[in-house]
Design a protein around this ligand. Structure first.
Ligand code: ADP
Ligand code: ASP
Ligand code: MG
Length: 439
């Protein structure tokens, strides 16, 4: 058995969906289990819908969502009744929103319609081309999570549930990515880009031979091809490298999707549904070392740099614990960190809770923040044994007049991570790509 995941980029319209289904057809011998994201752009639209305060505007967005799905059905010759129930339920959920007041539970419920509908469309299209297929909501196959709406964690029992339930299925299952349910039956989402994580959990649960992530680029590339046009596919990447790249922003794969596959040693392939003959990237435990020390460059934009200074910190034990307790309290993860005896600098995503965190930090220290920064991360197992990568990297930045605001070299020794001003991001990545990949 293999697991094949199609992201929104591979499900943009009726033609893309036909193409994805033909790819599934070509792998029938390998007994595919299919996992899908919502159709392209749909989760963003659903989020916009949920956040919209005006009733009239909500009605407009909801009509757009309906039209997009009905249009796809029409072009695939599928009866519109397939999605009637979901579209009505979505409308009801939206009508229940009181202005300005949407709770986390309803927010997840509204987002869930994207995957619930796309799975039905893909299963119906597979049937159209003669493949016996059935759509499933992951939670109906036992995908249970905690109740941290928006970034729910799967419960341990999910693995054995999935294993048991998927074994019973004979047709090709098309399973919703991104979704779960709490034990008491509330729908949850597991974080943006989370369908990759669902796929890896499903793959590990059924001991899949292979996990295939089908997207819109030729695999994991030396950097984001949207920033460097000459980015090249990396044919093999280790799980450790893939994790660092995903964690530091290479959106092509969700960082949480690495561990379940790695634990079971299941190869993960990243493949292009627009160019299905390309071999893409294979992620394995151990990969051949090539000449390049640096395997790839990742980046994360919109980062806030927090500088914390305290004279009381000098020699006072427990200060760092108090500091990190504040981040823990707001469930805010810290990406990069550097400390000296009197200061700590760290980076966080610029989204939720930042003001509350700053207010609490101010009670124990002097704090200043700098917004619109970017994390740049260069990754490669080969860096472990190569001297001078840091020097080469930072002098490349110097030659290009790019100021480095914070440096951190992970204990894993396979990455060097640093912070630059947001306006320098593309320039920094292009310069590093030229330095390490010659173009
Ligand atoms: P999907 O809808 O298939 O999940 P995503 O948009 O989440 O697709 O991920 C694919 C995108 O990831 C690519 O279009 C590309 O712009 C981006 N990306 C960022 N870094 C990399 C990288 N190192 N290699 C390949 N793609 C990358
Ligand atoms: N549809 C969800 C999102 O856009 C999950 C995913 O695509 O992986 O975040
Ligand atoms: Mg994705």
């Amino acid at each position: 058995m293999i697991v094949m995941k199609f992201g929104g980029t591979s499900l943009g319209d009726a033609d893309r969906i036909k193409n994805a289904c033909n790819i599934v057809k070509s792998k029938l011998k390998k007994k595919p289990i299919v996992v899908v994201s919502a159709v392209s752009g749909m989760t963003n639209m659903l989020i916009k819908l949920a956040n919209e305060n005006s009733f009239e505007k909500r009605k407009k967005i909801s009509a757009k969502i309906k039209d997009k799905h009905l249009d796809i059905l029409k072009n695939l010759n599928i009866e519109s009744s397939l999605l009637k129930e979901d579209l009505n339920e979505l409308e009801d959920s939206v009508d229940k929103i009181k202005d300005n007041n949407i709770d986390a539970k309803t927010f997840d419920l509204i987002q869930s319609f994207g995957e619930r509908m796309s799975s039905k469309i893909v299963a119906a299209q597979l049937s159209n081309i003669g493949i016996e297929s059935q759509a499933y909501n992951s939670y109906d196959l036992g995908f249970l999570t905690d109740d941290e709406f928006g970034s729910a964690e799967p419960l341990d029992i999910t693995h054995s549930n999935l294993r048991k339930e998927i074994k019973k299925i004979h047709a090709v299952p098309v399973i919703t990515g991104f979704l779960g349910k709490t034990k008491d039956g509330q729908i949850t989402t597991i974080g943006r880009g989370g369908s990759d994580f669902t796929t890896s959990i499903v793959g590990a649960a059924i001991d899949a031979k292979e996990i295939q992530i089908w997207t819109d680029v030729d695999g994991i590339m030396s950097t984001d091809p949207k920033i460097v046009v000459n980015a090249q596919t990396i044919s093999e990447v280790s799980f450790a490298e893939a994790f660092e790249l995903a964690y530091f922003g290479a959106r092509v794969l969700h960082p949480k999707s690495i561990l379940p596959a790695m634990k079971k040693n299941i190869p993960v392939m990243v493949l292009n549904s627009f160019n299905s003959d390309h071999n893409g990237t294979t992620i394995l435990t151990k990969v051949k070392q090539n000449d390049s020390t640096v395997r790839a460059i990742a980046y994360k934009k919109n980062i806030t740099l927090v500088n914390i200074q305290s004279t009381r910190m000098f020699g006072a034990h427990g200060f760092l614990a108090r500091l990190f307790n504040i981040f823990e309290k707001y469930k805010k993860s810290v990406d990069v960190i550097a400390t000296s005896e009197v200061s700590v600098s760290l980076t966080v995503n610029n989204d939720k809770n930042i003001d509350d965190i700053l207010n609490e930090l101010k009670e124990i220290s002097n704090v200043n923040i700098r917004e619109n920064k970017s994390i740049i991360c260069i990754v490669g197992e080969g860096m472990r044994n190569t001297l001078g990568v840091a020097g080469r990297t930072f002098s490349t930045m110097g030659k290009n007049n790019i100021n480095i605001e914070l440096i951190s070299q992970g204990a894993s020794e396979i990455n060097i991570t640093f912070i630059v001003d947001g306006n320098d991001t593309d320039k920094a990545i292009n310069a590093l790509h030229k330095e390490y990949f010659g173009k």
